[in-house]
Write a protein that binds this ligand. Structure first.
Ligand code: CA
Length: 229
């Protein structure tokens, strides 16, 4: 870890689970702030800055899903990666199907090395994007400072909207963005703007990224939205 330890908010109501996780995260060099319920978690995020939130799904009063939705609705907190932890594998599928905006899900009991690997990966991406560093997903690279996009070494020319659209999708590989979320992020307009706009620009982005023998990098999730990676 760098000298500047990442700050992780750990939201878990079971004291023993919280203690074990907290211990293991601190051993990795992270700064851990604990919350035992949703209200406390929300208050903490209003007052302090975090680099990542580890969120238990089953919490008294305010559920993990509700906390996640609230975090993703606030401008201040919406870009913080959220990893949700749920009790059973079946629940992971259920939670994934809900539009919570969580960036990742793990079922308990999870393997600690796996959780740590995912934390590292989300932190890396979060910090890179915040620092304006170039990002790479599969064979596509994007440099926010020079506005340069390459696919498999070939320069890709994009209009400003397609560039922002691609940058947003690449921020969280694998995450499914709804049309409303993309309108909010890319166009910064209210959700009642015509969602068809998103489809039109996704079409242009796909066309610009299409190269002979290479598959379409953008995945359409029926009834939901789009993702990359
Ligand atoms: Ca719990």
């Amino acid at each position: 870890m760098s000298a500047l330890a990442a700050r992780i908010l750990l939201v878990e109501d079971e004291p023993s689970q919280r203690a074990v996780l907290s211990y293991n995260l601190m051993r990795e060099g992270y700064q851990v702030i604990e919350a035992s319920d949703g209200e406390e978690a929300i208050l903490l995020t209003e007052e302090e800055d975090f680099d990542l939130v580890l969120l238990d799904w089953m919490l008294p009063a305010l559920s993990g899903i509700e906390i996640c939705r609230r975090l993703k609705r606030q401008k201040r907190t919406k870009d913080i990666p959220v990893i949700m932890l749920s009790a059973r594998a079946e629940d992971v599928d259920k939670v994934r199907g809900l539009d919570t905006g969580a960036d990742d899900y793990l079922a308990k009991p999870y393997s600690l090395p796996e959780l740590l690997a995912r934390i590292r990966s989300h932190l890396r991406r979060f910090r890179a994007a915040a620092a304006g560093e170039a990002v790479t997903v599969d064979d596509i690279s994007l440099d926010p400072l020079s506005h340069r996009v390459q696919r498999a070494g070939t320069d890709i020319a994009l209009g400003p909207t397609e560039f922002r659209l691609l940058a947003t999708l690449m921020e969280r590989p694998g995450r499914v963005w709804t049309r409303d979320q993309l309108l909010d992020r890319v166009w910064q307009t209210s959700p009642d703007t015509e969602t068809r706009t998103v489809d039109v620009h996704i079409g242009r982005l796909r066309k610009a990224l299409s190269l002979p023998d290479l598959a379409d990098p953008i995945r359409t999730v029926r009834g939901t939205g789009y993702s990359i990676g």
